[in-house]
Design a protein around this ligand. Structure first.
Ligand SMILES: CC(C)(COP(=O)(O)OP(=O)(O)OC[C@H]1O[C@@H](n2cnc3c(N)ncnc32)[C@H](O)[C@@H]1OP(=O)(O)O)[C@@H](O)C(=O)NCCC(=O)NCCS
Length: 183
């Protein structure tokens, strides 16, 4: 069971009780748009959470999808996590999304910083990476603010549900680079 604490947030395992709050995040068309899927119904979120909870029980664990909850009022405001892959599961791809009402207050930078730190310290990952749409400025700013490096600009590498092909930025950071800055 993973539980991480930051100044304003708790990152914890998701449960089926999170269906309505998570649907309020993922079901927002503006959030879904950048995530590259159609907004899920409540049933869609229920099915997603069932798979997240099943994945959390696997050994070795490949997927770490965590709820982002505010410490002050215990409100679920988003999610973030890793998809581990590569040799011996030593590379982790980061993904995240936040309730639209709370964008621009530094919450995701705070959450992703804690997640990356967990990935390097506890999971002993070698490399952590992420991809995002160049037009999604808030997303790649989060990656840069936690110290990740833009390593590539892929041309028409991602296809949205609308059928539109878009470019992707590829960001990454290595364990030794994280340790050099964060101890
Ligand atoms: C991307 C997302 C997670 C960012 O979360 P957030 O908590 O708002 O991010 P933060 O506040 O920590 O940081 C965002 C940074 O981007 C900047 N930013 C956001 N939109 C911007 C824009 N249109 N132009 C310039 N800068 C922008 C913010 O100013 C901030 O930088 P600063 O602190 O230097 O000012 C959130 O917008 C979201 O959930 N989006 C929808 C889902 C999504 O895109 N997921 C990622 C898919 S790759």
């Amino acid at each position: 069971m993973v539980r991480l604490e930051t100044e304003r947030l708790i990152l914890r395992e998701l449960t089926m009780e999170d269906v309505p709050a998570l649907n309020a995040v993922d079901g927002d068309p503006e959030v879904a748009r950048w995530n590259g899927f159609d907004p899920p119904s409540l049933d869609g979120t229920r099915g997603y959470l069932e798979s997240v909870i099943k994945d959390a029980g696997q050994s070795p664990r490949q997927y770490y999808t965590l709820a982002i909850v505010t410490r002050t009022d215990n409100r679920l405001i988003g999610r973030c996590g890793f998809d581990r892959g590569g040799p011996d599961l030593l590379a982790g791809m980061v993904g995240y999304c936040l309730h639209r009402d709370l964008w621009g207050q530094g919450y995701m930078t705070e959450a992703v910083r804690a997640l990356v730190d967990f990935g390097f310290r506890e999971l002993e990952l070698h490399r952590i990476w992420a991809e995002c749409d160049p037009d999604n400025i808030g997303s790649w700013r989060v990656l840069e603010k936690v110290g990740m490096r833009r390593e590539g600009h892929m041309i028409e590498s991602f296809r949205y549900p609308s059928g539109e092909w878009v470019d992707s930025y590829h960001y990454a950071i290595l364990a030794r680079e994280w340790a050099a800055v964060n101890g």
